[in-house]
Write a protein of this length. Structure first.
Length: 366
């Protein structure tokens, strides 16, 4: 494959990224159709998951798709669902060559899309920019292979790793630019998740603001007994922006009814050995509900639980230039780590400066 092939695939990856947070449970795919060195069609998975990227690009290209090369970030589907298979659409359009970054592990596809194309006489090349595509599809791949969404843990802490003063004051450790980046991250995830303690302490809205978008992620709260404020922002807005409450079997029926009446979706999950919610079971339930990418924003106990259970895939750590001291609230609660070899490990991906604050992105080691 040539340098031009890589250039068009990078364009397809950038197009696919437009669907992140908006297309679950489908993958966010990009497609570019090129003929005689010119783009004749571009597409990406549309909000709600349909049309698929290939159908979007083919509709734009029309007859110009015949004899073109299609650059796909993921193997085209080969099964009949709510829409016809994209592999068949590419064949019917007369595409001459298909270059794809990544195969689709979904059992309904898993190589069958490639086989259909090759059986139709279309040249197929695979694996171009596969590593980049794997990162872009991390949420979809996690749901298909592990039965749970990928989890990005976001922390905003002082230089000494505190998220609040001893009195509980936390607004604001980081500045406006960092907060704007956080809203952008929320927008690229299917859901924003917090624990009951954060909900009680901060009364968060958990919405995307300041970016001019109407789409909102699902707001997920973990609360074993649903002991959450019913006068807060989440309760008042549950009928307008989705609120999903993960609770235990012992949540009172009257409280369940009140939240359901407000428009929230309730998801009952089992409790773990310590009596708190089983976090692995929570994530499996969210995966069964279709979520592929979850952005966790606290608090310290939930962060510690996810890390201890090896359920964090990425970390976004925002650092503010303040020192709070040992009496402040730590960013991560107690984990019982006695030796460094037991500590969860992450590899640094990138760092950037944000108008006086910092952002470091980390990915699960290995």
């Amino acid at each position: 494959m040539s340098g031009d092939d890589a250039r068009w695939m990078r364009l397809a990856l950038s197009l696919g990224a437009r669907g992140l947070g908006r297309v679950w449970p489908n993958p966010a795919v990009g497609c570019v159709l090129v003929k005689d060195g010119r783009v004749v069609g571009r597409g990406w998975t549309q909000p709600g998951g349909r049309p698929h990227a290939e159908a979007h690009a083919l509709a734009q290209a029309r007859d110009a798709a015949r004899g073109a090369t299609a650059y796909l970030t993921l193997e085209p589907c080969s099964h009949h669902g709510q829409t016809p298979p994209c592999a068949g659409a590419l064949i019917d359009a007369g595409v001459a060559r298909v270059v794809m970054a990544l195969g689709d592990p979904d059992p309904r596809v898993n190589g069958q899309g490639i086989a259909l194309l090759r059986d139709a006489g279309i040249a197929v090349a695979t694996g171009l920019l596969e590593d980049e595509a794997r990162v872009a599809q991390a949420g979809f791949l996690s749901r298909v292979k592990r039965g749970r969404p990928m989890v990005t843990l976001k922390l905003a802490a002082s230089l000494d790793g505190r998220i609040a003063t001893a009195s509980g004051e936390s607004q604001w450790i980081t500045g406006p630019e960092a907060r704007r980046v956080v809203h952008g991250m929320r927008a690229r995830h299917d859901a924003v998740m917090v624990g009951a303690g954060t909900t009680r302490a901060d009364d968060p809205a958990l919405t995307v603001r300041g970016l001019g978008m109407t789409h909102q992620p699902v707001r997920v709260v973990l609360s074993r007994r649903l002991d959450l404020p019913m006068e807060g922002q989440l309760f008042r807005s549950a009928g307008d922006v989705p609120v999903w409450l993960c609770h235990g079997p012992d949540a009172p029926e009257a409280v369940r009814a009140a939240w359901t009446g407000a428009g929230a979706r309730l998801i009952e999950v089992a409790a773990g050995p310590g009596g708190q919610l089983d976090l692995a079971a929570v994530l499996r339930a969210l995966g069964e509900a279709g979520l592929t990418r979850v952005f966790c924003e606290g608090g310290g106990a939930l962060a510690a639980g996810l890390l201890a259970a090896d359920l964090v895939d990425e970390m976004a750590v925002f650092g503010g230039g303040r020192i709070i001291g040992a009496e402040g609230t730590p960013a991560i609660g107690a984990m019982g780590v006695a030796a460094l070899v037991e500590a969860p490990g992450f590899d640094l991906v990138t760092t950037r400066s944000l108008a006086g604050d910092t952002l470091s992105l980390w990915r699960r080691a290995g």
